[in-house]
Design a protein around this ligand. Structure first.
Ligand code: UDP
Ligand code: MG
Length: 327
């Protein structure tokens, strides 16, 4: 007689550590959630390993939370987390990562621009010993020219400024080993730029080229304001070079000041010192704007120091459904 097939154990009696954890932050994603859950759960089931899916509702104002709660009620693989308000993509993702217990962790977006079907291919280098397999976008469907262009300029600039190399054309789509996630969890900063933080973590990393798809439905949740603040987080979180601009500007200004002083003395000796209204005004405009620029940079860092000094958590949790005991 063939051995009776054992049904899959409920998650509470499953071994402590599932093989794979998938993390998805969601903000006003009612249009894509069910589709997203269907595709991700199909991929995980096909894999034939234990898995969990961590869905974080980042303070949505639509039906996202009630959808998440009903998905969690039907499927014990799902851990649904409701944040107390909208803390932003990076904070929501950090919350999800902090709640994973799987041996490998896959980061996805709810709109499935990064196809979950690539998981089994990404697992190959991961199982060969790469701790971080990061997606590199070969092509980006459905993204505006402005977004592609601004991203390209930003990452060039960031890499010029920063001491660590942050790969270009890379988002948060990546497969992580448990030790990479544990290392990430030790980074306590409040302003989080996760792709940079994973570059900083080190270990063995490998790129994974793929084609980025169009958003399944709905619109981008990254407003221009959020994108700008994300960019400033990236720069101030990984470089203090902008602060050094002050010194560079001071040298340049000192050079021109010396020239100006020589010229002024020379004109005085010649006896023709009344004219010069325009040049004085232009010089004071230039010097004034340089000073404001430098003050602005210092202010940006000071503000971040202030936020960090308060040591507030990056997010607050309202409700968790199906929480597992953290190992
Ligand atoms: N997101 C979030 N909180 C926010 C903004 C976005 O959790 O404040 C989530 C969003 O639901 C999605 C992911 O972050 O799962 C990426 O957002 P989106 O796809 O809108 O960004 P884009 O791909 O346009 O850069
Ligand atoms: Mg997207």
């Amino acid at each position: 007689m063939p051995p009776a097939q054992t049904p899959e154990p409920p998650i509470s009696s499953m071994p402590e550590r599932p093989f794979i954890s998938v993390v998805i932050p969601c903000f006003n994603e009612e249009a894509v959630l069910e589709n997203c859950y269907d595709r991700v759960s199909a991929v995980c089931n096909e894999l034939g390993h234990t898995w969990e899916l961590i869905l974080v509702d980042d303070g949505s104002r639509d039906k996202t939370w009630s959808l998440l709660a009903s998905i969690a009620a039907q499927d014990p693989h799902v851990v649904a987390i409701h944040l107390s308000r909208n803390f932003g993509h990076q904070a929501a993702l950090s919350c999800g990562l902090n709640h994973t217990v799987g041996e490998y962790v896959l980061i996805l977006d709810a709109d499935l621009q990064d196809p979950p079907e690539l998981l089994s291919e990404m697992l190959v280098p991961a199982q060969e010993g790469f701790d971080i397999v990061y997606g590199v976008r070969k092509s980006r469907a459905g993204e505006s020219l402005f977004k592609k262009l601004s991203a390209s300029v930003f990452y060039r600039f960031l890499n010029y400024l920063s001491d660590i190399e942050i790969p270009r054309n890379t988002g948060d789509f990546r497969l992580l080993s448990r030790r990479a996630v544990e290392a990430f969890k030790q980074l306590p900063e409040h302003s989080r730029f996760i792709r940079g933080m994973f570059s900083w973590v080190g270990f063995r990393q490998c790129p994974f080229p793929y084609s980025r798809q169009e958003r399944l439905a709905g619109t981008t949740k990254y407003s221009l304001r959020k994108m700008l603040s994300f960019a400033v987080d990236g720069i101030t979180g990984f470089s203090i070079r902008p602060l050094k601009i002050a010194l560079l500007l001071a040298f340049i200004m000192a050079f021109f000041a010396l020239l100006g002083a020589g010229w002024t003395v020379w004109s005085w000796i010649q006896g023709g010192t009344v004219r010069g209204w325009a040049s004085v005004l232009v010089a004071s405009f230039i010097i004034g704007s340089c000073q404001l620029f430098v003050l602005g940079i210092i202010g940006e860092y000071l503000g971040r120091l202030f936020m960090e000094a308060k040591r507030r958590p990056a997010y607050l949790v309202d409700t968790i459904l199906h929480e597992r005991n953290e190992s």
